[in-house]
Design a protein around this ligand. Structure first.
Ligand code: KMH
Ligand code: ZN
Length: 271
């Protein structure tokens, strides 16, 4: 089996310090958290920027600081968000792609997101894919519902995305696909030959779905963006704490963990 790529989604756009006081917010805090996760075994960090007051932003300069500060500390792959927050315009959301990060997320469809709608029209999905191609940024397709896999394959048919394809199943968002074992098996079955996948289980689905991914040859995303609790009723101390647990599980289950450079090779990123 391929080595396990662990991604840590450090901050997200929705979680606040009121939800968990250990959430990293400033570029220094986000870079420090990225470094701790890398030390613990993460190959990728998925990054959202925040303003000083904690509100989400796609400001290019804040992303630039996060990327530079992280680069000074370690060689973890920095994957920027183009999802941002639900109220942001597509142009706003695309800003960090112009910094030419190694990777960016690309959500391939519209979905209910709690009480909101996370809007990704067919036209904007193509616009985002085009921008990523122009800037040499590798997309990770974010899949919140099963039909989104078909939308990603439309990009491939149009020449807007190329293999190796990498998908992240975001499961358990209220309003989207539930984080159940049956749903994960169904998603995996829809993937094209040769594609890799990871799973980001939201809330209590994180631990069981991570374990399934380790066993099934997928990859794992953990972190405060998806889950603020280490276990029922106990807030997590840090992002690294989640990564450490996945590494322990992988060791127990006999799956080796990939370094950032090993992940780069698997994902088709230049070394
Ligand atoms: N904050 C969500 C609305 C991504 O980063 O690409 C979208 C999101 C996905 O977090
Ligand atoms: Zn995100």
């Amino acid at each position: 089996m391929e080595k396990l790529i662990i991604t840590c989604a450090l901050t997200g756009a929705e979680v606040t310090r009121e939800h968990n006081p250990n959430l990293p917010i400033t570029p220094d805090e986000i870079a420090a958290s990225a470094y701790e996760c890398w030390k613990a075994g993460a190959a990728i960090v998925h990054v959202h920027a925040r303003n000083a007051d904690g509100s989400p932003t796609q400001d290019k300069e804040i992303y630039r600081q996060i990327i530079e500060k992280t680069r000074e500390l370690c060689d973890v792959i920095v994957q920027v968000s183009t999802g941002g927050a639900v109220w942001m315009t597509p142009e706003e959301r695309l800003q960090p792609v112009t910094l030419k990060p190694e990777m960016a997320t690309l959500t391939v469809g519209t979905v209910n997101f709690g009480d909101d709608v996370f809007m990704n029209t067919p036209q904007n999905i193509e616009l985002f894919a085009q921008a990523m191609q122009e800037h040499g940024v590798r997309p990770e397709f974010e899949v919140f519902e099963v039909g989104m896999i078909t939308n990603a394959m439309k990009l491939v048919k149009k020449g807007l995305a190329t293999a190796p394809l990498h998908f992240d199943f975001v499961m358990g968002v209220p309003g989207a696909i539930a984080g159940t074992p049956e749903n994960l098996m169904h998603l995996i079955k829809q993937l094209p030959e040769g594609a890799s996948w990871s799973v980001a289980g939201v809330g209590r689905s994180q631990l069981p779905l991570s374990t399934m991914a380790i066993l099934l040859g997928g990859h794992v995303r953990v972190g405060f963006e998806d889950n603020i609790y280490y276990k029922k009723g106990v807030l997590a101390d840090s992002n690294a704490q989640f990564v450490e647990r996945v590494v322990r599980l992988a060791n127990e289950l006999g799956r080796e963990v990939a370094t950032p450079d090993e992940a780069r090779k698997m994902l088709g990123l230049p070394l």
